[in-house]
Design a protein around this ligand. Structure first.
Ligand SMILES: Cc1ncc(C[n+]2csc(CCOP(=O)(O)OP(=O)(O)O)c2C)c(N)n1
Ligand SMILES: [Mg+2]
Length: 578
């Protein structure tokens, strides 16, 4: 212990110094931010304490980086942003972290309390702006309560609220300068703690066992709340004989080779299942809100530590509330391991079809023909990446059409994308955070040219902080999923959805990145090899607009009334009119 030693703890210090000590003791070794006078006292003390500060070019990127750090490492993410526009620039990223349930602490600047409501510099009601998209949003006005407040804020971020997620706190500039002796009187505020866990009610486990015993086609669907329970999840799949679907937020927990895995048979698995166990997963639009429109034959078991992943939209007939790993273990034991007693023919047939369909799909990537404009299909990028990425690579996908292709084409176990929020712009900051968190692993972000533009300046952050990521821009000179929607579904009137065929490699070179433009698929592999060797690097790939992605084909752009996808929306209408 250096700064948090007993002597240092009892010596008077400014609130800013206490905050820096707290971040040093409780946060990760790296924080993300963009400086401003209102937060300078904390920034300065963090620098003095040797905490690594990754300074970005837009506050939204700092919060995206903090969220990616949290999602990829399981640690708290921390971002520092200044008062006024610094905070408001974060709104989109905080909303994304809210939906991603990323445990992050955002420390904002705030005008001096003595200038409250007088029209101060950079004054705007941050706390009210942040409230609906955070677990807690507060101004900390009392100097010797600041550390207690921060301690509670971290607990909220990590799940003391109904879900883990972002927490916003700000400390007025005059409060930061106040000297206080005892704001940190309790050393336990500075001790890292495990997130509190609870065991489920055994009666709920019994109900789940009874439901499983009567099910012929049980299906487990995992979400972010299962991230720390891979071993236990596999044990339950083995014991129960259930089929399995992952979701974007829980990719890689179960290998696609596992006999339960049915990823390429998602629609059939959901339609046919007679029992669905959600594990740490919300029943949001991606799962048809749990409606019989999407799951016509299923009863439900809901398993999660947090209410927001367990009690939303469709309650389970068994509701297992508690630590996910412990719940899965208890359930697996209670189910027993008598494989002969189970009929696993449904999952076997699903898995066999999954294997066949995936094999064909993977083989098709390298031979998908070019579009009518002569440019390569985006699948060629994924064919090249598959050959080059190691098993532990981290992949990020961001965009419209390209995201739809990437979800199938990018196969890494560690994977993040624009998520349930559809948050274009995450690609570069997510990859930068991943590259800093895992310096020994390959990190690649595949971004649409539109999505890339939203945080394109973050290639500068990559260069300055040596974030050794490879950024691939799938350049179709369009916001293409929207352009194709206009073309097909709106009388062909394309307006405001085309972009220039811009040279993103030249832009990246201006910031000292290694960068190339590739138009010939035969050149992709060598270009990727050079990019990974010289990262941070950017490869601008000329791809065709002439595509029909599955997201577009399923009607995502149409925004139907009842469900996100047309087929479920039709089923929902039919169901409601019966
Ligand atoms: C911040 C934000 N703005 C707008 C949208 C709506 N939107 C969804 S996909 C898309 C097009 C994305 O274009 P690009 O990143 O180039 O990918 P492409 O479809 O061309 O592959 C747009 C505009 C969104 N989801 N998020
Ligand atoms: Mg595009």
């Amino acid at each position: 212990m250096t700064e948090t030693s007993a002597n240092a703890m009892s010596a008077p210090a400014t609130v800013a110094k206490w905050v820096a000590r707290f971040v040093e003791a409780r946060g990760p070794k790296r924080v993300f931010g963009l400086q401003g006078g209102h937060i300078q006292p904390i920034w300065d003390r963090l620098a003095a304490h040797g905490v690594e500060i990754v300074d970005v070019r837009h506050e939204g990127a700092a919060v995206h980086m903090a969220a990616a750090h949290a999602l990829l490492t399981g640690e708290l993410g921390v971002a520092l942003v200044t008062s006024g526009p610094g905070v408001t620039n974060c709104v989109t990223s905080v909303a994304n972290a809210d939906l991603e349930r990323a445990p992050i602490l955002i420390i904002g600047g705030c005008p001096p309390a003595r200038q409250d409501h007088m029209g101060p510099l950079q004054g705007t009601p941050h706390v009210e702006i942040m409230r609906p998209i955070t677990r807690r949003s507060r101004t900390l006005r009392i100097a010797d309560q600041v550390i207690r407040e921060l301690d509670e804020a971290v607990a909220c971020a990590q799940g003391a609220a109904p879900l883990p997620g972002p927490v916003y706190v700000e400390i007025p500039a005059d409060v930061l300068r106040t000297t206080t002796a005892d704001s940190a009187a309790l050393p336990e505020y500075f001790a890292r703690r495990n997130v509190a866990s609870t065991l489920p009610d055994p009666a709920a486990i019994d109900r789940a066992v009874a439901l499983l015993a009567n099910a012929k086609r049980p299906l487990v669907i995992s979400g972010g709340g299962a991230r720390n329970a891979a071993v236990e999840l596999i044990a339950l799949l083995d014991a129960s004989g259930a089929a399995y679907l992952d979701t974007q937020e829980s990719r890689g927990l179960v290998s696609a080779d596992h006999p339960a895995f049915a990823g390429a048979m998602r629609a059939a698995a959901m339609t046919e299942a007679d029992l669905v166990l959600t594990v740490g997963r919300k029943l949001d639009y991606q799962l048809g809100y749990g409606s019989p429109a999407a799951f016509p034959a299923a009863r439900f078991i809901r398993i999660a530590a947090h209410a927001g992943e367990r009690d939303d939209n469709r309650p389970g007939e068994a509701r297992i509330a508690g630590d996910v790993a412990a719940s899965l273990t208890m359930l697996a034991h209670a189910v027993g391991n008598d494989r002969s007693a189970r009929d696993t023919s449904w999952r076997e047939s699903l898995h066999a079809k999954h294997v066949e369909r995936s094999r064909k799909y993977i083989a098709s990537l390298a031979v998908t023909p070019p579009g009518s404009d002569g440019r390569m299909h985006p699948n060629r990028i994924f064919a090249a990446l598959r050959a080059r990425l190691r098993d532990d690579a981290v992949a990020i996908a961001d965009g419209g059409d390209i995201l739809s292709f990437a979800r199938l084409g990018l196969a890494t176990a560690t994977y993040l994308d624009s998520g349930a929020f559809g948050c274009l712009g995450v690609g570069v900051p997510f990859a930068n955070a991943a590259a800093l968190a895992f310096p020994g692993r390959q990190v690649v972000a595949v971004c649409g040219d539109g999505a890339f533009g939203l945080h394109a300046m973050e290639v500068d952050t990559a260069a300055r902080h040596r974030c050794r990521a490879v950024f691939i821009v799938a350049n179709n000179a369009a916001w293409n999923i929207e352009r194709v929607d206009q073309e097909r579904n709106h009388g062909g009137r394309v307006s405001g959805t085309t972009l220039g065929d811009s040279d993103y490699a030249a832009m990246a070179r201006a910031f000292d990145l290694h960068a190339e433009r590739v138009s010939d698929p035969a050149q992709l592999d060598a270009a990727l090899a050079r990019a990974f060797a010289s990262a941070p690097a950017l490869v601008d790939v000329a791809v065709t607009r002439d595509t029909l992605s599955s997201d577009l084909a399923k009607g995502l752009s149409l925004v139907p009334d009842y469900q996100a996808l047309t087929a479920w929306d039709n089923a929902e209408r039919a169901r409601l009119s019966r």
